[in-house]
Design a protein around this ligand. Structure first.
Ligand code: AMP
Length: 128
């Protein structure tokens, strides 16, 4: 897709969290408690602490990467999306929504790339 030469991209406000102080890295390492429902050497899936739907899971790569914009590793995207399907099938979910918030202005509050999986209620479009 062509991008206008004049287009300037502003970096997200806070992408400085390191592996040591990243909240989600601490969950992966078990340093902060979380309801982890699935974990492999590559990915971790846990319940969101402030669920926005009866099912609200966060799917993250174990490798720290701050955001969608900051990630070029296609294997991470493959892992996140295929894990979402694995979990959805295991939970017998047929209707669900996957969301990535990129940047503080889009609602990103934790700068470790993550996929939200929402299900269990009627989901409106467009999202707020
Ligand atoms: P986002 O706003 O897209 O960056 O999503 C971050 C999500 O992480 C939010 O939905 C938070 O509710 C969730 N969250 C923050 N802290 C924790 C935690 N300790 N355990 C589980 N989920 C968390």
């Amino acid at each position: 897709m062509p991008i206008r030469p004049s287009l300037s991209i502003t970096p997200p406000a806070d992408t400085t969290a390191t592996v040591a102080d990243c909240l989600f890295c601490k969950i992966i390492r078990g340093e902060i408690p979380a309801k982890v429902i699935y974990q492999t050497e590559t990915v971790t899936v846990f319940e969101d602490i402030a669920p926005q739907a009866p099912v609200h899971l966060l799917i993250i790569a174990n490798q720290h990467t701050p955001s969608h914009l900051k990630t070029d590793d296609a294997s991470i995207y493959q892992a996140l999306l295929s894990t979402a399907k694995t979990v959805a099938q295991a939970m017998q979910l047929e209707d669900y929504r996957l969301i990535i918030n990129n940047g503080a202005g889009a609602g990103q509050s934790v700068f470790h790339l993550h996929l939200h999986l929402l299900a269990g209620r009627s989901l409106q479009w467009p999202p707020g």
